[in-house]
Design a protein. Structure first.
Length: 443
């Protein structure tokens, strides 16, 4: 049965978007709406979108087209597109006969009003970016979580202006949320039984709170969240190599419950390309930061983002990327082909001159190398014992649990009589390049 007050929401893109969807649902539930996981009972369908690469947008366009048939069946159905693509492509989206409303990442408080307008058969939109909106006091509805780990958004926007990236244009200026509201949210989650929080921002290292009597940087914030309880695991993402400080690395080392895992996107191993990307660090600087991490936290795992085929990338630049990956020995990587985004500096000023097949071949080499590095890293863990937080039943077998160790590696093992949300010591007996396989030692 369709209920016009039922909200269904689909999320694409990054963790930030997942966190935003939980804020949007909360805002609507504070009005008169109710979340549903059943698309067929929804009166309002929202698609929270990503613009980071052309492929992401193409996939979402396809999804929007599919929704046409639902709209034909139910003429009262409201379809909204929110998030980065809404911000970037408002007019194109509203031109379609599918999309009724469009809301950018800083316009979510306006959602109830936008839906009301759409119900009167008027196209509704708000893509105004804000310099202050952090949804500070909104308590997210954690409808997407497993009840064990949740995301907490600690800041919004980005103003690093990496030349390839659309985020500063779709998400606006960087702003930090108050430490008090972040700590309260984490405390609340812990009291509800959650055992892991991930603090989210485009560049968490530039988190900054500066009010009359309180100055808080990211290391301080992380410490305050870690102090809530030794049983609450704390993770964070994303760190920018240009400003990851020794203070932060020492803070991670000091608290057992701050996970020994850092996502530190290198993007390219060539100083020439890094300069064109406006990353504001060199290959040598990046290596120095990795050395600091390995010195201060010897068992820290490190992951990265890599882009293949950025403007003017030569074979030599590509070899620099491969050799840096090998030197670091990443445990995990997200790997992409460069995708030109209109409006960015690179689109305006640099030539997207690496042929598609060369981008593809280089990406395949990067993926093959990472596969080998991940496998080698996992092989080293066979025989070791890790504390694992149980997150749910394994997808492969109902008889097994799946969880992660501090290093963010997925570990699967027989359930025995353990429970979801519990910490267990697991001895690793085998691995693939993606997963550690083990056995519970004690509970
Ligand atoms: N093309 C390809 N990859 C990109 N990323 C960001 N913008 C682009 C782009 N235009 C990648 C970066 C970033 C990750 C979130 O997405 O590696 O760290
Ligand atoms: Fe997230 Fe960036 Fe995609 Fe926006 S464009 S959803 S910020 S990854």
């Amino acid at each position: 049965m369709i209920d016009l007050k039922n909200i269904y929401i689909e999320t694409y893109g990054c963790q930030m978007n997942f966190s935003d969807s939980e804020i949007v649902v909360s805002i609507l539930e504070n009005d008169s709406y109710k979340y549903t996981s059943d698309i067929n009972s929804a009166g309002v369908i929202l698609i929270n979108t990503c613009s980071i690469r052309d492929k992401a947008e193409q996939r979402i366009w396809k999804r929007i087209n599919q929704l046409k048939s639902l709209k034909k069946k139910n003429t009262n159905l409201i379809i909204g597109v929110i998030g980065c693509m809404a911000e970037r492509l408002k007019n194109e989206l509203l031109k379609t006969d599918v999309v009724d409303l469009v809301a950018g990442p800083d316009a979510y408080r306006d959602m109830p009003a936008l839906i009301e307008k759409a119900k009167k058969n008027q196209k509704a939109s708000n893509v105004v970016l804000s310099e202050i909106e952090t949804y500070d006091e909104i308590k997210p509805n954690y409808f997407q979580t497993n009840g064990v780990s949740a995301f907490i958004s600690i800041m919004r926007g980005c103003q690093n202006f990496c030349t390839y990236c659309v985020v500063p244009y779709t998400r606006g200026k960087e702003r930090s949320r108050s430490p008090e509201s972040i700590i309260n949210e984490a405390k609340n989650l812990f009291e509800k039984g959650y055992r892991e929080v991930t603090l989210l921002g485009q560049n968490v290292n530039s988190y900054k709170w500066d009010s009359n009597n309180e100055k808080v940087n990211f290391a301080k914030l992380l410490e305050s969240v870690a102090l809530i309880s030794p049983l609450l695991r704390v993770r964070f993402t994303t760190s920018h190599p240009k400003d990851i400080s020794d203070e932060l690395i020492y803070t991670i080392a000091k608290y057992k419950n701050i996970c020994n895992y850092i996502h530190l996107p290198m993007q390219s191993g060539s100083t020439k390309i890094l300069k064109l990307m406006n990353r504001r660090y060199t290959r040598e600087w990046y290596m120095d930061r990795i050395k600091a991490i390995k010195r201060i936290i010897p068992d820290c795992s490190i992951s990265t983002d890599v882009i293949s085929g950025f403007c003017s990338e030569t074979e030599e630049d590509h070899q620099d990327t491969l050799s840096l990956m090998q030197w670091v020995g990443y445990d995990f990587a997200y790997m992409f082909k460069y995708s030109e985004r209109s409006g960015t500096y690179a689109a305006k000023k640099l030539k997207d001159d690496v042929p598609e097949d060369v981008k593809g071949r280089r990406l395949n080499e990067i993926i093959a190398l990472q596969q080998k590095l991940s496998y080698e890293s996992n092989l080293k863990d066979v025989g070791k014992t890790f504390e694992v937080l149980i997150e749910g039943v394994s997808k492969r077998s109902g008889k097994q649990f799946s969880g992660r160790n501090q290093q963010n590696k997925v570990v699967v093992f027989d359930k025995e009589d353990a429970k979801i949300g519990q910490y267990v010591n697991v001895k690793i007996t085998d691995c693939t390049s993606a997963t550690l396989i083990g056995k519970i030692l004690n509970k």
